[in-house]
Design a binder for this molecule. Structure first.
Ligand code: ADP
Ligand code: LRH
Length: 497
């Protein structure tokens, strides 16, 4: 066994980081060598990612390797959030800056498309829950706005594929990120050409699909020279961030649900075949592609976005609070006073979140959180309740009880959220690793190098390398009582902003 140095670049919706990983044959260690904020830019009423800035940060992260090690890493891989994309022509020119999935135009596009087709039809083909930001609806918006008749040599590249293209010069689409488009046929794991045709989206825009854990090419010479670094392989990892996060769940048992906690909370299970029933569609479960031909059946829950947007609003108003402090404020609250539905699309777009939360409470006849601490606590209680609800639904779909909840991602630094999740669900929570996505990204590189062979081996190595924390459930009867009230509250009409 060789020891390996690798770079994992993880672009989250709120921040990005470059991690240096060292594999010693049985364990992985990681070191953060670069971190940067990922702030969307509003321009003329449209919301974009700042692609050039993000590529600049990617280069800075690669260059930072030199401060931490000698030689050059064996490989590099990039993962990002789902669904977003750019268009690249045959000469490598990016045709336009990628839109942000929270761009408001998508909701109308979804409604318009659903005039011509049904949710059931889309769901039974792709397994993907119709959510307004899915690539399929973004492309529909684009088609209705300016058409999609692009030059023949243009290809659509999803965000991680776009970064990978600019690193390696190869245009391809990695399977896990492709699954977030809503345009894959879940049965054959390839583009649904019949659907593309029906929607008038040119099939020529799409590249071949590559499976996660593939060494694809090498870092382009120009970049290696610019950064004064040696050559390295470019790997297509499980490039949807949530797919990489799930790769690194340190589970030794089978019957568990996971929650990947970042900007979103993605809660679900890893199984072999998609669940395409009416109930799973109604409950809001999506079936995304996972590493090693697994399916991630999960629900997109609004997650810590709700806190991020409260924090941003308070900053605009002149008070700057850190996440660690915010959680301390919420801990001191009695809790279980009022709730929002963390699945409600009313919370999707950026805006004055404290105001929206209060409005939701007014419209559902609850006591209205006044202080910042009360608002934060309302969000954390609501997330824990949504996790309980989602667990009940998954157990119903699977027809079995799940013994534990694995929580991973930056959001588990909120210990209050982990504890309340244990309380609400009545299950032990196993929390860790915090950098699950970067670790999953790296372990798929380790696999690409032939050093591990299976998900079981990967998960054992993660557990050995990053021992998780445990939370036992408390106050169960109080939470069960409150859960009944929560269900009544969210059954009342959902609010539109
Ligand atoms: P993403 O990858 O989607 O950008 P992360 O996995 O980095 O998100 O998680 C970001 C979230 O983690 C923040 O929204 C915040 O709620 C939470 N978080 C980060 N640091 C802390 C901390 N010190 N204490 C509590 N929560 C934290
Ligand atoms: C989380 C995530 C999630 C969704 C959303 C767009 O970062 O990837 O799984 O796809 O972003």
């Amino acid at each position: 066994t060789n020891s390996l140095n690798m770079l994992a670049v993880d672009f989250g919706a709120s921040s990005g980081r470059t991690m240096l990983g060292r594999w010693n044959g049985s364990k992985l260690s990681i070191e953060e060598i670069h971190r940067f904020a990922n702030e969307p830019v509003e321009l003329s009423g449209r919301l974009y990612w700042d692609f050039l800035r993000l590529f600049h940060e990617l280069k800075k992260g690669i260059h930072a390797f030199k401060q931490h090690s000698t030689g050059s890493p064996a490989s590099i891989a990039v993962d990002t959030w789902g669904v977003d994309y750019g268009f690249v022509d045959g000469k490598g020119k990016l045709l336009a800056n990628p839109y942000h999935y929270r761009e408001a135009r998508n909701a109308q596009a979804m409604d318009a498309m659903l005039q011509h087709t049904t949710q059931q039809d889309l769901y039974s083909r792709s397994g993907i829950q119709p959510l307004s930001f899915n690539t399929i609806f973004q492309l529909y918006a684009e088609k209705n706005e300016q058409g999609l008749s692009l030059p023949e040599d243009v290809r659509l590249l999803l965000m991680p594929d776009l970064f990978r293209f600019y690193l390696s010069g190869i245009r391809s689409t990695e399977y896990t990120i492709a699954s977030t488009t809503g345009l894959l046929d879940s049965a054959v794991r390839d583009w649904d050409r019949g659907l593309l045709h029906k929607l008038g989206i040119p099939a020529a825009l799409f590249t071949d699909i590559v499976m996660p854990g593939t060494i694809e090419g090498n870092l382009r010479k120009e970049i290696a020279e610019e950064l004064q670094i040696g050559g390295m392989s470019v790997v297509a990892t499980a490039s949807h961030d949530t797919a990489s996060a799930v790769v690194s769940i340190p589970s030794l048992e089978k019957d568990y649900a996971f929650i990947s906690c970042g900007t979103w909370s993605l809660m679900g299970v890893e199984i072999d075949q998609p669940i395409l029933t009416e109930e799973s569609l109604r409950y809001g479960f999506t079936n995304e592609g996972g590493a090693e031909h697994k399916i991630r059946t999960l629900k997109n829950i609004m997650g810590l976005w709700l806190l991020q947007e409260c924090k941003r609003q308070w900053e605009l108003e002149g008070e700057s609070l850190g996440f660690a402090h915010m959680q301390e404020m919420a801990k001191a609250e009695p809790g279980l006073q009022s709730y929002v539905d963390a699945q409600d699309p009313a919370f999707l777009t950026p805006g004055n979140m404290p105001e929206r939360i209060r409005r939701y409470c007014v419209q559902t006849g609850q006591s209205v959180p006044q202080t910042k601490a009360e608002l934060i606590r309302c969000v954390v209680d609501s997330l824990a309740m949504k996790f309980k609800q989602t667990l009940d639904e998954i157990e119903e779909l699977l027809g079995k009880r799940l013994q534990t909840i694995h929580m991973v991602g930056g959001g588990i630094q909120n210990q209050l959220l982990c504890q309340l999740t244990a309380n609400a669900t009545g299950r032990p929570v196993i929390a860790g690793p915090v950098e699950a996505t970067a670790i999953g990204n790296m372990m798929m590189q380790v696999k690409a190098h032939g050093e591990v062979q299976s998900l079981d081996q990967i998960r054992q190595a993660v557990r050995d390398s990053f021992p998780p924390d445990h939370y036992e459930s408390k106050d169960e009867s109080r939470w069960q009582e409150a859960y009944r009230i929560y269900l009544q509250v969210i059954a009342k009409k959902s609010v539109r902003s």
